[in-house]
Structure formats: structure tokens, C-alpha cells
Design a protein around this ligand. Structure first.
Ligand code: PMP
Ligand code: GLN
Length: 398
């Protein structure tokens, strides 16, 4: 029996391997490979095609030259932990203790995994919104959690408060939100955040909030749920430098929250990666200290790109849900005659030379109905690339 063969028969293997026993790539890897093989414009996987601030890039080069090339401390280099604490104070008025309430991780991905692994037991319930970022379901599966979802409804993809109330029970261990939201580009209303805090108290649940798009909101400043009254004490906040500084490949993320949670998460994290990215840590610290104009400029530039692509998609015949933040716009392909987003995503590179992700990739099979004909397009690309994509998509109407 090969190791692979044995693993395939485990519950985890069954989840991560396809029916044929082959390793199933994530939807992002699959669609990026499709873009590469067809030469189509890749508006699938969310990564920018331009470098971020030169000061940040230079700081990483300098750190390598300065010999910051060995294992950093498990909780992260002090310069980055201090910068994260200063950032929370500066943008949100939150007094965070850099020595006990901050933990540096290998991207938000490791922060999510370590947090959920640290704070749950087999069989606990994890409540997320749906559609959800793909790793949430995988983490639930790997940790033997019951994944309960609350659908996002309507043009602005908001959860219904009664459905949220019904989903959170005494069995709920973690309410995991993502705000601003991938894949829909929506932002949760303050009343919804308040309800989540209320439900967490009522059912003794922990709030885990994935805020990797915190600086990429288009009309209003971001409101971290942990700033709401009575929220901090039961909230773990996760972010990452990837989106804010166009450095998705650096994988520098972090957790902030009460000391007890941070210590539990560190206990797990030390056996996942131990540490990562020594020279990138001081560089992200430089980024977090950039003037307000950098952060405002990044959000404004992305807003302009979202408008450019949204207008192009509308012109091409899609029905578009205009995003309020993040990297992505949802476009309904039904008006163009597509009823199945997965088929549409496979055909689009051949029909229009553009790759998108079917929204159903972020939804459990039984809940696909309302999302069946919708596609997610990334607009974190150069304006000329978006213009070219829009022009190619316009051909779909002919
Ligand atoms: N959460 C969300 C909602 C994301 O969109 C992403 C990446 N695009 C991540 C987490 C992962 O972040 P990182 O690359 O820092 O691991
Ligand atoms: N988060 C990015 C997206 O949603 C991709 C990250 C990944 O490939 N895992 O497109």
C-alpha cells in the first residue's frame, strides 16, 4: 500500500483528493493554469500585476543585506509587532500590546488555520458566511468541525439577520467572518457586526475576523468588528501585508487579539511553520508606517479599477454587483445565456481570452442555486489589462 493510497482512504484525504484519487488543485491554481495554457488574461486568482511601494521593496533588500536571514522569533520580529500595534492604534484607536497581543504568521492563511486549530475541538461548529473563501471549508474539514453557513443575499450580498440568529447556537465555537469580503466585494453593515457580537456573547462563541482587505474599501473607512463595544475580549483579528502592499508572495500575516488567544494560536503555529519570512517582516513594518496618503491612494486606485472593469462587464452584457471593497467583482453571466458558471469559466478563455472564477467554487454544492450563473473577476490588475479584458469580453455579445 502506498502512502498516497492509504491517505486517500482517510476522511481528510477524501476531502482534498479528487474522486480519481489525484491531488485536487485549489480553484485558483486550476484557473491560473488554464490562463497560462490558453494565453488568456488572468482575472481569476487575486494577485496584483504591479509591484507595491518601492520603500517596502527596498526595505526587504536592505534586510537581506543586513543579514536578517535566520529564524526570527516565533511571535515575529519586534519591529513588525510594534508596527502592527502602532497600525491598530493609528487607524482604529485600538491599544494593542505588541509583546502579548500580536502574532506574526505565514500569511493570513496560516493565521486562519492556526487560530481555528487552536480554539476548537472535534465536532465544534464553525459558522461562516456563504460564499466563503475556499480555505475556510478546508480548515473545517481538516479539523473535523461542522461547517454551518449563512447565505449572503441580494445585490449587495448581505446576511439576513434571522438566518444569522438561527445559525449561531450553543454548539457554535467560532463565528468566522471576512470583511471586506472575498469573493463578493461586500462590506458588512454595522448592525450586522453588532448582531454578531451579541450572538457571540449569547452563545459563548469566539469571533474570528479575516480583514486582509482592510485598506481596500471604496467609500467608507473599514470598521474592524473588534472595535465594537464588548467585542475585543472574544475576537481574533487576522490580516496580512499581501493585499495592502501588493506583496502576496511574501506571506506575512498577523493575528491580534487577547493574550490568551494569541498564546494558544502561537502554540499551534510553532508546529505549522515555526516562523517565516525574516527579511520581509521589517519590510512590511515599513509599509505599515507609510503615510496616510499611501493607504488612501491604494484604495482610490483600486476603486477606479473596480469601476473600469465593472463598466466593461456591464457593456459586455453581464449583470454586475458593484463591489464596496477588495479585489473582486461578481458578474452574472445569465443575460449572456450562461446558466452554469463552471461551464462559463471553462469556455470564457476560448470565447473571450479571459479567465474568471465561478462563484460556485466558494459555495457548498447543495447551496449553489442562487449563485449558479455568477463569475468572480479580479480587478487588481493594470488599467491597460482591464481595458483589454473588457474589449475582449465585449465580443461575447456578437
Ligand atoms: N483570506 C482572504 C479572504 C483572502 O482573499 C486571502 C488571499 N487572497 C487570504 C485570506 C490569504 O491571505 P495570505 O495570502 O496572506 O495568506
Ligand atoms: N486569495 C486569492 C484569491 O481569492 C488567491 C489565493 C490563493 O491562490 N490561494 O484569488
Amino acid at each position: 500500500m502506498t502512502v498516497h493510497g492509504a491517505w486517500e482512504r482517510t476522511a481528510r484525504g477524501a476531502m482534498l483528493l479528487g474522486a480519481d484519487g489525484e491531488l485536487r488543485p485549489t480553484i485558483f491554481a486550476e484557473m491560473s493554469a488554464l490562463a497560462a495554457s490558453t494565453g488568456a488574461i488572468n482575472l481569476g486568482q487575486g494577485f496584483p500585476d504591479e509591484d507595491g511601494p518601492p520603500e517596502v521593496l527596498e526595505a526587504a533588500r536592505q534586510a537581506i543585506s543586513d543579514g536578517i536571514n535566520q529564524y526570527p522569533p516565533g511571535i515575529g520580529l519586534p519591529v513588525l509587532r510594534n508596527a502592527i500595534a502602532a497600525h491598530q492604534k493609528r487607524f482604529y484607536g485600538l491599544p494593542v500590546d505588541a509583546d502579548h497581543e500580536v502574532l506574526v504568521t505565514a500569511g493570513a492563511t496560516e493565521a486562519l488555520t492556526a487560530t481555528i486549530l487552536a480554539l476548537t475541538d472535534d465536532g465544534d461548529e464553525l459558522v461562516t458566511l456563504e460564499p466563503f473563501y475556499d480555505s475556510y471549508a478546508a480548515i473545517a474539514g481538516l479539523n473535523r468541525l461542522k461547517h454551518v453557513t449563512v447565505p449572503l443575499r441580494g445585490e449587495h450580498f448581505q446576511p439576513d439577520h434571522d438566518e444569522l440568529r438561527a445559525a449561531v447556537t450553543d454548539r457554535t465555537r467560532i463565528i468566522l467572518i471576512n470583511d471586506p469580503h472575498n469573493p463578493t466585494g461586500s462590506i458588512l453593515k454595522r448592525e450586522t457586526l453588532e448582531l454578531i457580537v451579541e450572538l457571540a456573547h449569547q452563545h459563548d462563541a469566539i469571533i474570528v475576523t479575516d480583514e486582509v482587505y482592510e485598506h481596500l474599501t471604496f467609500d467608507e473607512p473599514h470598521v474592524p468588528i473588534t472595535t465594537l463595544p464588548a467585542a475585543w475580549e472574544r475576537t481574533v483579528t487576522i490580516s496580512s501585508g499581501g493585499k495592502t502592499f501588493n506583496t502576496t508572495g511574501w506571506k506575512i500575516g498577523w493575528v491580534t487579539g487577547p493574550r490568551d488567544y494569541v498564546e494558544a494560536i502561537l502554540a499551534v503555529k510553532q508546529y505549522l511553520t515555526f516562523v517565516n519570512g525574516a527579511p520581509f517582516q521589517p519590510a512590511i513594518a515599513v509599509g505599515l508606517g507609510l503615510p496616510d496618503s499611501y493607504f488612501a491612494g491604494a484604495a482610490a486606485a483600486l476603486k477606479a479599477k473596480s469601476e473600469l472593469l465593472s463598466a466593461g462587464l456591464e457593456k459586455a452584457g453581464f449583470t454586475v454587483s458593484r463591489p464596496q471593497g477588495g479585489y473582486f467583482v461578481i458578474a452574472d453571466a445569465a443575460p449572456l445565456g450562461f446558466t452554469d458558471a463552471e461551464a462559463a469559466a471553462r469556455e470564457l478563455p476560448h470565447l473571450a481570452g479571459v479567465v474568471a472564477i465561478p462563484l460556485t467554487a466558494f459555495v457548498r454544492p447543495e447551496n449553489r442555486g442562487p449563485y449558479a450563473s455568477k463569475l468572480r473577476f479580479a480587478f487588481c490588475k493594470r488599467a491597460d489589462v482591464l481595458e483589454r479584458a473588457a474589449a475582449q469580453l465585449a465580443e461575447l455579445r456578437r
